[in-house]
Write a protein that binds this ligand. Structure first.
Ligand code: S6P
Ligand code: ZN
Length: 189
């Protein structure tokens, strides 16, 4: 039985909830529109966005990583910009966890949107995200966040240290449904 994890002293951090910044983050992942090729239904609209708006910022992840092993909890701030590709709402790539049987909790701090989830067996679900709302992503569910609002969608995420990321499988499978904003209304198709 494992009794000791990598030595980490107790610590605390500050999160700027309005700006979605984890202070003193040592990892800062930036995804631009050009990183999202292949993810939206309207690829031509994405190319127009990349060319016309100088490859705008799509989303960021701020982390102060701990050891990626069982026993620890990884956590981060995910900040997804508002916007549309054609009428489809900006979203993250989405992933399964590499250790697929690990869950995740998202606490939404700001903005509006959805967490879309699916399993390899084809089950699909979407849970609303809004300030103060928590979404539980069960083990074995791929997950992506989608911003339907007009301000950044900011969440605090917590998941097991050993979870890791698997982007390949969901890229192959795709998510079965998409979320659009049409005449100001959210449409899930
Ligand atoms: C990690 C967690 C989030 C996402 C982030 C970006 O398990 O689910 O931190 O990494 O929202 O999304 P994605 O799909 O590009 O990793
Ligand atoms: Zn995850």
């Amino acid at each position: 039985m494992q009794t000791k994890n990598a030595a980490v002293e107790p610590f605390s951090l500050e999160i700027d909830i309005e700006s979605g910044i984890l202070k003193n983050a040592t990892n800062h992942l930036v995804r631009r529109a050009s990183d999202m090729r292949g993810h939206y239904a309207d690829g031509a609209a994405l190319e127009r966005l990349i060319a016309g708006e100088n490859d705008p910022l799509h989303y960021e992840v701020f982390e102060v990583p701990v050891s990626e092993e069982r026993g620890h909890l990884m956590y981060c701030i995910s900040k997804l910009q508002p916007g549309r590709v054609g009428e489809e709402c900006f979203m993250t790539k989405g992933h399964y966890h590499a250790d697929a049987g690990t869950a995740e909790i998202y606490l939404c701090l700001r903005g509006r949107g959805f967490m879309a989830m699916k399993t390899t067996e084809g089950a699909w679900a979407a849970q609303e995200m809004s300030r103060g709302r928590m979404v539980y992503v069960p083990p074995f569910w791929a997950h992506r966040s989608i911003n339907t609002g007009d301000e950044p969608l900011i969440s605090f995420c917590v998941y097991p240290g050993e979870a890791g990321h698997n982007y390949g499988d969901i890229e192959q499978e795709g998510f079965p449904r998409r979320i659009y904003l049409r005449q100001g209304r959210v449409v899930i198709t």
